[in-house]
Ligand binder design. Structure first.
Ligand code: MTE
Ligand code: HPA
Ligand code: MOS
Length: 761
């Protein structure tokens, strides 16, 4: 089986939110965003715009009929800026016009008097000024202070990690249609239809049952639409209800980049202590998260940073400071890995620096500290069914880590203008929402009288293949071919209280719910078949569309069985619910079990740096990944390669540049460079663990969406090590992304074209 949308996608026929023919009379909303990053609103001038051709309405904070302040975790965000603007692009007003063009023309007639206030873009500065979103937390295991003196090496450093734009192909958009009796139907490009439903109901001041949200598919979400699709849907809904006409909002790329939050940039301080034989005894790290202007999902993101701060390593003494620092950037938000990558990067930086001081290869340190069964994470969960060592050993052998080292060393010894580097990245990622209550899934399975089946779940198809996975699960549960099964749009009238499609858990939660729904229908089907064939229900199986009795094929086909079941007045539809058991997490407690299970993997990346120009090529990426049994190979492979590509992009090319006064300078695809097919290595080899069923996942599978992102971190250290081979120049502060410009600057002194020291590695 392959991705069920693949043909539609390559022929351009798949429909996204605004592809469906617009209803007559549809209006278009355009957003007037703040031109500066921080200031006090003195006066808004919108009356000029109101009088312009085609304009049907202008909406501001005052025009919100119900709740005016929204927020995923904490209600702190006015839907339109009120009193203060907190970031460039902060929506001040929405113009609703007969066409996008007329709306944009009217936008030019909008003005705002805003008295500028001081702008903070650096989280360290916000922290010093005490501008934090919650009390700063410190997590401790053991006692780091007591062990520094027993360490043979104690190394300190700083990290400056940049953010990342989601760069989904489909920018944020939604369409709201008023219908009879004060109801509203909304098509939204959201990962969280129930959040959209809830907040539309709140801002309109109506019960949730008046709001129907429907999502067929997203042109990518990557976390960016977990919370931040809600705002645009609320705005469109307000205008649609007020004007009693359909209203659509589609952000263009520049607006999307300026107005929406991104991966959180972090600043970090670390101190690591090791013994001579490479054991990490203590790790002390401070995470200063650049949260942006409002809370959004920053607090749960920071929590996952804390949970993944030790990644795949067993460390007896750990201290983690976690500060959510308010800055004048759009509220930063979920992004593949959800704070995990930032947690892991700091420790990899520490290991890299330690390797230089100790004169060893980083992978020597990494391999001596990997977790195994029985180890207790700093959050209290005990490691079980651990496959960390297994993926490491398989990768080390299959990709010949020793051989790579020798080959790279010998290349570097015989080349002056080009240097190679490589790095290994082990990953251990926890699967489950850390907000425990979100770990629930629902599914509605309908078997129609012709034997065709439809499945609706809470899962949002954003390219990751959850629809295909649901089809595969139904087809395997019923023993029928995939061609009988369709996956429907996600709809709040069919499934209630949907958790966001996030945390890589969508297929797990909704897949297990689908299994439960299928099981319920199978009970009736088997009873009917047993009666007809003269056996017991437990002797019935269905394989390849044929009913089997005691393992032997009969004349009864799936279609005939379904029809007989219907005529017997036995249920052919069911709702399945699923929640994993045993989860609990409360950060104030020492004993926690936030994750249903962990996924594991090990990746090696090799690069070549052109030491004259500073640019580089990523030559290969090879990895062993724990997928459990997997559901659909090609879909899983797509997730691994896509995650890897996005991770490489984060630490290499993708640079969000801001001016000191908080204006985004890289706000379009001409100035923000994402990796493309040419940049990515031709040599990508992905191996999945064999015989690795996961009892916690549907059909023995494991979640796959986010973990591969973190393999990309290896690209950063591979490039750094190639630089070191040219000129050992360990930076005091490790700064990511490693753009070619940054490489060039670290190869040479600013005022000299000569390398400062001869090659020493
Ligand atoms: N893959 C595609 N093609 N598009 C996406 O938007 N989002 C990622 C990942 N893979 C994404 C994707 C993120 S952030 C998550 S959390 C998971 O998919 C969500 O889907 P899952 O729970 O089904 O893995
Ligand atoms: N991951 C992704 N999204 C989330 C999480 C999480 O752990 N918790 C709340 N939203
Ligand atoms: Mo993914 S960041 O959990 O949407």
């Amino acid at each position: 089986m392959r991705h069920c949308d693949s043909e539609l996608h390559v022929t351009g026929l798949s429909e996204y939110t605004d592809d469906v023919a617009p209803p007559e009379e549809m209006l278009h909303g355009v957003i007037f965003g703040s031109p500066i990053a921080h200031g006090k609103i003195q006066k808004l001038y919108t009356s000029g715009a109101e009088k312009m051709e085609g304009v049907r309405g202008v909406y501001t904070f005052e025009d919100i009929p119900g709740t005016k302040i929204i927020g995923a975790v904490i209600q702190d965000e006015p839907l339109f800026a009120h009193v203060e603007v907190m970031y460039e692009g902060h929506p001040l007003a929405m113009i609703v016009a007969e066409s996008v063009e007329l709306g944009r023309k009217a936008l030019k007639a909008c003005k705002a008097d805003i008295e500028p206030l001081p702008v903070t873009v650096c989280p360290r500065k916000a922290f010093e000024e005490g501008d934090v979103l919650q009390e700063t937390r410190v997590f401790e295991k053991g006692d780091v202070e007591s062990v520094w003196e027993h360490c043979d090496h104690v190394i300190e450093g700083k990290v400056d990690l940049a953010g990342q734009d989601h760069l989904y192909l489909e920018t944020n958009r939604c369409r709201a249609l008023p219908i009879e009796d004060g109801q509203i139907k909304v098509f939204s490009s959201t990962q969280s239809p129930s959040a959209v439903q809830k907040w539309i109901a709140a801002v309109l001041g109506v019960p949730m049952h008046k709001v129907e949200v429907d999502v067929k598919r997203l042109g990518g979400g990557f976390g960016g639409k977990e919370d931040q699709a809600t705002h645009w849907a609320c705005m469109a809904a307000i205008a649609a209800m007020d004007l009693q006409r359909p209203v659509q909002i589609v952000l263009n790329r520049v607006e999307d980049m300026k107005m929406t939050g991104k991966r959180h940039p972090y600043k970090q301080d670390f101190k690591v202590g090791l013994t001579q034989d490479g054991k990490i005894l203590a790790f002390d790290v401070a995470h200063y998260q650049n949260s942006g202007a409002f809370v959004d999902l920053s607090l749960p993101v920071l929590e996952r940073t804390v949970l993944h701060a030790t990644n795949a390593y067993a460390i007896p003494h750990v201290k983690i400071l976690a500060a959510a620092c308010r800055t004048h950037l759009p509220p930063n938000t979920a992004y593949r890995g959800f704070g995990g990558p930032q947690g892991m990067f700091a420790l990899e930086s520490a290991i890299y620096k330690a390797s230089i001081v100790m004169g060893v290869a980083p992978e020597w340190i990494q391999s001596r500290n990997l977790i195994s069964n029985g180890y207790r994470f700093h959050y209290g969960q005990e490691v079980s069914a651990c496959r960390m060592q297994r993926t490491w050993d398989e990768a080390s052998e299959a990709f010949d880590f020793e051989g790579v080292k020798k080959r790279v060393d010998s290349f570097n010894a015989s080349n002056r203008g080009k240097k190679k580097g490589y790095a290994v990245m082990p990953v251990c990622f926890g699967i489950s929402f850390t907000k425990t209550f979100l770990n629930q899934g629902s599914s509605l399975v309908h078997v129609y009288t012709d034997g065709s089946v439809s499945v609706t779940t809470g899962g949002i198809e954003m390219g990751q293949g959850v629809s295909s996975n649901m089809i595969a699960i139904v087809s395997r549960m019923f023993g029928i071919s995939e061609k009988h099964v369709r996956c429907n749009s996600t709809n709040t009238s069919r499934i209630a209280n949907i958790s966001p499609s996030a945390a890589s858990a969508t297929s797990d939660l909704n897949g297990n719910a689908t299994i439960n729904a299928c099981k319920e229908i199978l009970v009736g089907l088997k009873e009917v078949a047993a009666k007809e064939l003269g056996g017991k229900p437990e002797e019935i199986t269905i394989e390849d569309d044929i009913v089997h009795l005691k393992g032997f094929a009969t004349d009864l086909t799936w279609e005939k069985l379904v029809l007989n079941t219907y005529f017997s007045r036995v249920q052919l539809m069911a709702h399945g619910f699923y929640t994993p058991s045993g989860l609990h997490y409360d950060y104030t407690k020492k004993e926690n079990h936030p994750f249903h299970y962990h996924t594991y993997g090990t990746c090696i990346i090799e690069v070549t740096v052109d030491c004259l120009r500073g640019n580089y090529t990523i030559d290969l990426a090879r990895l062993v990944h724990d997928l459990g049994r997997g559901i659909i190979r090609s879909v899983d492979l797509g997730q691994v390669e896509g995650g890897l590509a996005q991770g490489i992009g984060w630490v290499t090319l993708e640079e969000l540049a801001y001016s000191d006064d908080g204006l985004l300078l890289s706000h379009s695809l001409s100035t923000y460079k994402a990796p493309d097919g040419d940049f990515l290595p031709n040599d990508i080899e992905v191996r999945f663990l064999e015989n690795a069923d996961n009892p916690g996942g549907p059909l023995g599978s494991k979640a796959v969406g986010e973990p591969p992102f973190m393999y990309g971190i290896a690209a950063y250290f591979a490039i750094q090590r190639a630089i070191d081979a040219f000129r050992l120049n360990v930076p005091d502060e490790i700064v990511s992304p490693m753009t070619p410009e940054r490489v060039l600057l670290s190869l040479y002194d600013k005022d000299s074209v000569k390398p400062k020291q001869p090659s020493s590695v």
